[in-house]
Structure formats: structure tokens, C-alpha cells
Design a protein around this ligand. Structure first.
Ligand code: FES
Ligand SMILES: [Fe+2]
Length: 365
């Protein structure tokens, strides 16, 4: 009997996970053009609080000014290029370059240039740190190296509208940050996050807690949301929750193109920010920042933290095994199931960004 015709979707080619040249193109065409999350507004709560980081290889400093505005600059001295601020975070009234001592106000304007003190040709008013786009929505701080990019809200409108329901988002305080070097291309970790076909095999504790029959993954514009409710009768390995007191009864897992994930676990008010930063074509730095409502964690929050970390470690093991297979000559690309539509959306954005033409990834069978 003739099978009904259906479409099978293929992944992007595996060479995109193993070729150092591809990462160079991604830095230009993806990371220099998209919103990159810095953290939560409360990480830089007071005037003078700053965070430094790298975006697409560029040193960046994000600082809260005296007027409470959060601004971002290339972390580079206008005099002779030295990296200006060298601490990861802190509080300063003024930023000082460690080379010739030029100093800058928190709004980026030059304060003093000691080696130009008596030079009449030197117009200090014209000298500032070079600023970059920095916007805050839903208490989350992002930067973008592209001056022409659409606004943060317009880019992830669906996410911000949905995220509003967690009305504790401005009361959150960072509880901890974990950094993990993962031996995989950055896209492998995103792929893994965007489907839950692997959950029953890889995450028994997760599937014991959440109702997988109601699990949904919804692609939206430049983002996606996935989640379900807590099971009424959770299994043995589940996260134990007092359902009368928890603030979040539904787990929610957001992804923001290209490399940001925001998770809200069932339980007390919480979010985790997960950033996947490429170190090289086969190594990724995963930064996991956990935020809880209130100060010291309750025993329930401690349990939640251990649960979330276990799920993450289970994913790390899987994606590192996948990277080994990407290098093999056995296959050139993979096949996506209909429930891996989140991965398909991500791969289509990759294809679009890298200007991969044609639809040879679609096979009519
Ligand atoms: S390079 Fe910064 S003061 Fe000279
Ligand atoms: Fe997973």
C-alpha cells in the first residue's frame, strides 16, 4: 500500500556545529545583531553598580548612572584602547583607566585626562566612552551591538507579555551563579532546550513532577515558551511542593533567540537566567543565574535549586555526547520529529541569519 505523503524536516548540517569558520560568521551575523541578556535589574540596583562582560568578543560595561538610568558602553578607553574596567562587577563613582589614568563619569563623559591637562587643543567635552544599546523590560537588562536593531520589547513582545504574569519579577534577588564549560557547540544546548522528547529518558525527576500529557511547546516571534502543570499525584522522584503555598504552579521555560533562556520552576517565586556563550566552535560557557523572591532561601527553595541543577547536569551529559557524533562522518544532518518543532524554528532562524539558501532541508517522502 502506498504511504501517504508527508514531510520530514532535517536539522541544519552538522558541519555548522564543528567548523570554526562558522562561529566567526555567527559572531558577525547573529551575536552582533541580537539582544544579549546581561542579568536582572537588581544586579545593578544602586548608582555606580556595574557589570562587565563580553558580547561577540567585544568588552562591554553596563552601569547604573546617578540618575538611575542603566547604560552600556564598549569597555574600552578612548585614549589608547586599554580595557577600562577590569572587575566583573562592583560599585564606582567614577571609572578610571589603569594605563594613563583618564577618568569617566558614569554617563560615559570624560572627567579628567591628566596627560592633556594644559593642552588648549584638547576638547574634553567631545570625548566619551562609546555607548551601545541597553534596554530594560520585565526587570531584565539586555544590550545590543546593532544600533539599528528593533527595540527589545518589539523583538520579544510575546515573551514580555507572557512573563508579566510573574508579578514578583521585580522583587527577585540573585541567589547564586554557576558557570559551566560544556564541550559542545552553543547551538547543541539550545537544540536540547527546545524539545522535551528527551525528557522521559533523560530527566526522570522532571517527568515525575510535571504533567507531560499537557506539555506544550509554542513557537512565537523570536522566542518560544514551553511548559505544563505540576502533576496532581507526582511520582517518587518528583520535586516535593506544598501546593497551598507555592507561587508558581506551572513550570515555564522560555527561549529568546538566539542564546538566552529564562526558566520559571514550579514552587516559590523564582527565575533562572541561562546564557549560552560560545567559547569556541566546540565549547560553550553556560552561565546559570538563579533568582529567588526575598533574601535567604527557604528549605523549599533549596530543594528547587538542587532539582534544577540535576536537570541541567543531565542535559550537559547528553549534549556532550551529541557533539562527538557531530564530528563523525556517519551522518551529515539529523531528522526532526513533529514534536521537535521548537528546534526547527531555531534552525530556520539560523538558516535565515547565515543566509543559507534553498529548502534542501525539507524532504518529501
Ligand atoms: S589608554 Fe586609557 S588613559 Fe591611556
Ligand atoms: Fe533537557
Amino acid at each position: 500500500m502506498k504511504k501517504e505523503s508527508s514531510f520530514i524536516f532535517k536539522t541544519i548540517p552538522y558541519s555548522l556545529y564543528t567548523d570554526p569558520e562558522v562561529l566567526k560568521v555567527e559572531q558577525e551575523l547573529i551575536f552582533k545583531k541580537t539582544w544579549q541578556i546581561i542579568g536582572h535589574e537588581n544586579d545593578i540596583k544602586n548608582p555606580g553598580d556595574f557589570i562587565t562582560c563580553e558580547v561577540a568578543g567585544e568588552p562591554i560595561v553596563v552601569v547604573r548612572d546617578e540618575d538611575q538610568i542603566v547604560r552600556a558602553f564598549y569597555n574600552v578607553c578612548p585614549h589608547r584602547a586599554t580595557r577600562l574596567e577590569n572587575n566583573e562587577a562592583g560599585n564606582k563613582k567614577i571609572l578610571q583607566c589603569s594605563y594613563h589614568g583618564w577618568t569617566f563619569h558614569l554617563n560615559g563623559k570624560l572627567h579628567r585626562a591628566p596627560n592633556f591637562k594644559d593642552n588648549p587643543c584638547f576638547c574634553s567635552d567631545e570625548i566619551t566612552l562609546k555607548s551601545i544599546r541597553c534596554e530594560v523590560e520585565g526587570s531584565l537588562v539586555f544590550v545590543n551591538l546593532d544600533p539599528h536593531a528593533p527595540s527589545l520589547y518589539d523583538t520579544y513582545k510575546d515573551f514580555f507579555e507572557d512573563f508579566k504574569q510573574f508579578n514578583f519579577h521585580n522583587d527577585l534577588k540573585q541567589y547564586n551563579e554557576r558557570v559551566r564549560e560544556i564541550k559542545c557547540n552553543w547551538k547543541a544546548f539550545i537544540d536540547n532546550y527546545l524539545e522535551c522528547d528527551h525528557c522521559p529518558i533523560a530527566h526522570p525527576g522532571f517527568t515525575a513532577t510535571l504533567d507531560m500529557n499537557k506539555y506544550q511547546i509554542i513557537n512565537q516571534s523570536n522566542c518560544s515558551v514551553q511548559g505544563t502543570q505540576v502533576k496532581e499525584n507526582p511520582g517518587k522522584q518528583s520535586l516535593s511542593l506544598d501546593m497551598q503555598t507555592v507561587e508558581v504552579k506551572e513550570g515555564r521555560f522560555y527561549w529568546l533567540w538566539p542564546n538566552t533562556m529564562i526558566t520559571v520552576y514550579p514552587g516559590p517565586g523564582n527565575i533562572s537566567i541561562i546564557k549560552m556563550l560560545p567559547v569556541d566552535h566546540e565549547a560553550t560557557r553556560g552561565i546559570y543565574q538563579v533568582y529567588f523572591k526575598g533574601g535567604e532561601p527557604t528549605p523549599e527553595q533549596e530543594t528547587l535549586l538542587a532539582f534544577a541543577d540535576q536537570v541541567r547536569m543531565e542535559d550537559v551529559v547528553i549534549v556532550e555526547r551529541e557533539q562527538i557524533g557531530f564530528r563523525s562522518e556517519a551522518f551529515k544532518e539529523g531528522i526532526l520529529s513533529p514534536t521537535e518543532h521548537g528546534v526547527l524554528y531555531f534552525h530556520n532562524l539560523i538558516r535565515e541569519s547565515l543566509l543559507i539558501k534553498g529548502n534542501d532541508f525539507l524532504v518529501n517522502r
